[in-house]
Design a protein around this ligand. Structure first.
Ligand code: NPQ
Ligand code: MG
Length: 388
């Protein structure tokens, strides 16, 4: 039985109380990158995009699994996500009708880990619900912003000159914050040079786990550059050492890899492991966890921002919706489609305006058209999953 107030507040949209998911499709689509992207853990020159679509109620919803081809950023890969969705997650949601996102999450919860695979299904389901209701994803989740401030993440470059050129280029395009990927040997020197040329910009660094507590004095020497934050300096699953490091440096630590769900976010804040959290909807397992981390941080006054995983326009559109929530007070890693791809999978593509913002679309669902012809042209693998 629902409480009386919820019965009275039933909105008048065309979503059945319990929606049967009739079909799940998963596919991989290879997109070349406009230039290689290098981090402390490796370099790639194309992105194998993993798309998920779900059908129900006469509509299709789209999501994206952000896992990479190799288990470097996290243990998940395109291959593990394909296996886990095909053999466990899709069978758990197909057929037997689902009443809401919380029930969808509960169906997936018995399967441990594999957050990116779960998120792909949650994203597609939420796009489907938004389309059936005739609402944008931003509206559906309670977004309050119609323009999202954005920054750019600049990979490790062949030379300082390459880096400085890209910093100038993206500042010229309006991006509100520059994030430099760092690793031992590509850190103090380049940060110092970028800061010397741009004394007043919002500047941050992302180590992707390239340091240990033995590097505390080295990391402390970044304090003089007035960085907005240092992202994930230590191990991918650590909270304890980050708390020790945060107590010894002035620069705010932002955790990325270590925050895999609401529970980890709460623990990190209790321990003092960070002062800022990067929310990636894929890393935390979808909307239910991402919204929960947002709400927790918003209540505590902890700034959050939306991270990026070199998503196609489909994942990017979900990021834009997420970043329209009120707690996303720092610029997100939400670049224009053209920063990564010569051609994206959505129409129109994501663009950044001269003031360094991206518009949150008002049209139903993702708010962008999915370019199925282009997706089909670049599809490498396609699996159709239906109730057994
Ligand atoms: C980060 N992203 O914030 C990630 C790391 C990252 C935009 O800096 C393939 C798939 C390659 C996912 C490289 C940005 C990737 C990837 C880097 C994620 O830590
Ligand atoms: Mg990061």
């Amino acid at each position: 039985m629902q409480p009386q107030s919820e019965v009275l507040n039933q909105p008048s949209y065309a979503v059945p109380d319990r929606l049967a998911i009739e079909k799940v499709e998963i596919r991989t689509v290879r997109l070349p990158l406009v230039e290689p992207f290098e981090t402390s853990f490796g370099s790639i020159d194309s992105r194998l995009i993993f798309l998920v679509s779900v059908q129900g109620g006469g509509q299709t919803g789209w999501g994206e699994v952000v896992a990479a081809e190799e288990p470097l950023y996290s243990y998940e890969t395109v291959g593990t996500a394909l296996h886990v969705i095909r053999d466990y997650l899709a069978p758990a949601i197909l057929g037997e009708p689902v009443s809401d996102i919380a029930e969808l999450a509960r169906r997936l919860a018995p399967f441990r880990g594999h957050n990116m695979a779960k998120a792909g299904l949650e994203l597609a389901y939420m796009d489907l619900i938004a389309r059936l209701k005739g609402e944008s994803l931003s509206q559906l989740i309670g977004g309050t912003r119609d323009r999202i401030p954005v920054g750019v993440s600049l990979g490790i470059q062949p030379s300082l000159e390459h880096l400085l050129e890209r910093v100038d280029r993206y500042l010229g395009l309006g991006y509100q914050r520059i994030k430099l990927k760092i690793k031992p040997g590509w850190d103090i020197g380049i940060v110092s040079e970028v800061r010397r040329r741009h004394p007043d910009i919002l500047l941050s660094v992302d180590a992707n786990c390239a340091y240990t507590l033995a590097d505390v004095d080295h990391l402390k020497s970044l304090d003089e550059f007035g960085l907005l934050m240092i992202e994930q300096p230590l191990e991918h699953d650590d909270l304890i050492d980050h708390a020790q490091l945060q107590a010894k440096i002035a620069t705010s630590i932002c955790l990325d890899e270590s925050i895999t769900g609401i529970g980890r976010a709460r623990q990190a804040l209790e321990l003092g492991s960070c002062r800022i959290i990067n929310i990636k909807i894929g890393r935390v397992g979808g909307y239910s966890q991402a919204l929960g981390i947002h709400d927790l941080c918003y209540a505590k006054g902890i700034p959050v921002w939306c991270g990026g995983m070199l998503e196609s326009g489909i994942g990017r559109a979900h990021n834009i919706a997420l970043a329209s929530l009120p707690g996303f007070v720092l610029p997100g890693d939400i670049s224009a489609s053209s920063r990564y791809f010569a051609r994206d999978l959505i129409v129109p593509e994501v663009t950044v305006s001269a003031d360094g913002t991206v518009a949150a679309p008002r049209a139903p669902g993702l708010g962008f058209d999915v370019n199925l012809d282009y997706i089909i042209a670049r599809t490498e693998t396609l699996l159709r999953l239906e109730p057994h």
